[in-house]
Ligand binder design. Structure first.
Ligand code: PLP
Length: 381
């Protein structure tokens, strides 16, 4: 396993137990649309993967799983697919919590004059704030667990809002799978976004899931695959690795959580013992192994660069929005009048493979950066 990597919310390495599956099936000519024997075999394997995923996620039926390249494609298909079903302008409710795959798709649809967007505010603790008055909506975007602070939204409350507003609920569960017991039936959203590389599966595969699949207009056309809902030859070997990673994640959830909780406590204790002042962003309920901190007078980006030079890989916020370093929209919405705190966010996300030694060393490296060394010229007084 890679050492001193603390950015498992951005992506996880492939579980080494999947390498054999990948080797075996990626070496075969598997096109599920071909009618010869290899094609029939491919179809059987693909449908088995779909059944296993449906079972592991507690979906209503395998037909509620539509393979995509990941959560971003799923978000585009869900939002564009729902909006384009009929010609009326749709009302969408969202918040700053959403990942750019949702927020930027909504921005594009708004520019195309296909939707009007209402944004609910966030509490300082990192939860969506519902207004007192009735709000009607066609589409409601609320993720399960946030990718910057790890806060877990109340799904019962979200369901009540979906019912009151008579909307369709698009729920991004990319961060919660593998870290929480996720049952699609229990959450009861209309559409779910999932990416396999967030739980030690391969990148490039995921799904859009849920009963709302029947209400979508296809976005990628040019073939009959996925029941005419997403054209293009399916990646059978990737789908098998996706199913396997998901089963491991569900089976090992309890022990992984215990380990993550322990590592998190060791890391925070080490910072406290070293008298490093910090504020934790995002309150409980929160994903295990998910730590977002703001440090006094230090921008998160500066810390990320300094830590990287010392060999520690962390994130200033959402990895998908780096490259362009901007203040996190999630922290900015949580702390609208505290720019320093919003700019100070440093995200440390752990794995069950992370060692105690690694988290202690990370805390020590942060301490070293934040504790000014005494001047060699001594005091001027
Ligand atoms: N949704 C959330 C909450 C994420 O954290 C990410 C990735 O960072 C995505 C969606 C996008 O996933 P992908 O890049 O696999 O499409």
């Amino acid at each position: 396993m890679i050492k001193n990597y603390f950015d498992f919310a951005a992506t996880t390495p492939l579980d080494p137990r999947l390498v054999e599956i990948w080797k075996e099936y990626s070496a075969l000519p598997l096109n599920p649309s071909s009618i010869h024997q290899s094609g029939q075999k491919a179809r059987r394997l693909l449908e088995t993967a779909r059944e296993r995923i449906a079972e592991a996620l507690d979906a209503d039926a395998p037909s509620d799983i539509l393979f995509t390249s990941g959560a971003t494609e799923s978000a585009n298909l869900a939002l564009r697919g729902l909006v384009q079903m009929t010609s009326e302008k749709k009302r969408v409710v969202t918040s700053a919590l959403e990942h750019s795959c949702i927020s930027e798709t909504l921005e594009a649809l708004e520019k195309e004059k296909l939707i009007e967007v209402t944004e609910f505010s966030l509490t300082e603790s990192g939860f969506i704030e519902y207004p007192q008055h009735h709000v009607g909506a066609d589409i409601f975007c609320l993720m399960h667990a946030n990718n910057e602070t790890g806060t877990i939204q109340n799904t019962q409350r979200a369901k009540a809002f979906r019912d009151e507003s008579k909307s369709l609920w698009v729920c991004d569960v990319s961060q919660s799978i593998g870290k929480l017991p996720v049952s699609l039936k229990a959450i009861d959203a209309d559409l779910f976004l999932i990416s396999a590389h967030k739980f030690y599966g391969p990148p490039g595969i995921g799904c859009l899931a849920g009963p709302g699949l029947k209400k979508l207009r296809p976005q990628i056309v040019g073939g009959p695959q996925e029941d005419n809902r997403r054209a293009g030859t399916q990646a059978v070997a990737l789908a098998l690795c996706f199913a396997e990673a998901l089963e491991f994640a569900q089976k090992e959830l309890h022990e992984r959580t215990l380990k993550l909780d322990k590592l998190e406590a060791i890391f925070l204790d080490e910072l406290k013992n070293n008298s490093v002042p910090f504020l934790r962003n995002g309150e409980t309920p929160r994903l295990p192994g998910f730590i977002n901190l703001s440090f006094q007078d230090r921008e998160g980006v500066d810390l990320v660069i300094a830590l990287d030079q010392m060999g520690f890989q962390v994130s200033p916020g959402s990895a998908c929005s780096t490259g362009v370093v901007a203040v996190s929209p999630v922290l900015a919405a949580m702390f609208p009048s505290d720019e320093l705190r919003a700019a100070g966010g440093l995200r440390v996300t752990l794995s069950h493979h992370t060692t105690e030694d690694e988290v202690i060393q990370l805390a020590q490296a942060i301490t070293k950066i934040l504790t000014p060394s005494p001047s060699k010229f001594g005091s001027t007084h």
